[in-house]
Design a protein around this ligand. Structure first.
Ligand SMILES: CCCCCCc1ccc(Oc2ccc(Oc3cccc(O)n3)cc2)c(O)c1
Length: 257
């Protein structure tokens, strides 16, 4: 990406699981644009792969912290540690979602109350929980970017309970943008086309959707984490200073069909 668009700025990237993660694509683009990065991971299982990946970024001595977004105390202590380490941050990439695999197939009607609330808790409310804590560290203004999918706007087979959570996330983006604009903090979403990540393995028949994109999307190809990463650089940079509450589709144009 280069262009040093983010030179001297610090960002928190939440949700790197492995090198196929969209969050990792975002981290690489931010790093190329000159940003300083801090990583958070959800489970101990992820710690090693996040540390190993972060170490591959030339000239980055990244802080890597645990952050369980289902715990308000954990989110608060995570951002307290970040504040003590760097003082000010310029943005957060929120790349966190989860739903029970059993509810990502068949009829949406099969969703139970517990599964519904779990998906909402991790995939939607977590953005608000993070924004509350991150706000106090963005003393020079900032930008928050989250990830969504077309299934939050349309009923896409198998996406089910995650689609309802993404609809909630996308509405949260607008309300957070409304609240935080006066603090110079922008809030936007990137609606990424299907990418073969660890998370995608939880969605039934993912392959048939990927094939449909490659055959029918205007650009006739699947989305890459690099493309999403570069759009994140735009949303974190001065170039998007007039953009907030927006949802940018990086999906080879599929959503227009
Ligand atoms: C039928 C739609 C096919 C395209 C799905 C694109 C997509 C792929 C991955 C996405 O992110 C998640 C994240 C967690 C998630 O829940 C999971 C993931 C793995 C295991 C598990 O038990 N739950 C499901 C999808 C996502 O929100 C959207």
């Amino acid at each position: 990406m280069g262009m040093n668009l983010l030179e001297g700025k610090t960002y928190v990237v939440m949700g790197v699981a492995n090198q196929r993660s969209i969050a990792w694509g975002i981290a690489r683009s931010l790093h190329s644009a000159g940003a300083k990065l801090i990583f958070t991971y959800a489970t101990e299982r992820m710690e090693k792969s996040v540390r190993d990946l972060a170490a591959t970024l030339e000239g980055q001595e990244s802080l890597v912290l645990p952050c369980d977004v289902t715990s308000d105390e954990d989110v608060a202590s995570c951002f307290k540690a970040i504040k003590e380490a760097v003082g000010t941050i310029h943005g957060v990439a929120h790349c966190i979602a989860f739903a029970n695999k059993e509810e990502l197939k068949g009829e949406y009607l099969n969703t139970n109350r517990e599964g519904f609330l779990l998906a909402q808790n991790i995939s939607a409310y977590s953005l608000t929980a993070v924004a509350k804590e991150a706000r106090t560290l963005m003393t020079e203004g900032g930008s928050i970017v989250t990830l969504t999918y077309l299934g939050g706007e349309r009923a896409i087979k198998n996406y089910n309970v995650m689609g309802v959570a993404k609809a909630s996330l996308e509405a949260s983006v607008k309300y957070l943008a409304s609240d935080l604009g006066k603090d110079g903090i922008r809030v936007n979403a990137i609606s990424a086309g299907p990418i073969r990540t660890l998370s995608a393995k939880g969605v039934s028949d993912f392959n048939s959707i990927l094939r449909e994109i490659e055959e029918r999307a205007p650009l006739r190809r699947a989305t890459t984490t690099e493309e999403v990463g570069d759009t994140a650089v735009y949303l974190f940079s001065h170039l998007s200073r007039g953009v907030t509450g927006e949802n940018i589709h990086v999906d080879s144009g599929y959503h227009v069909l």
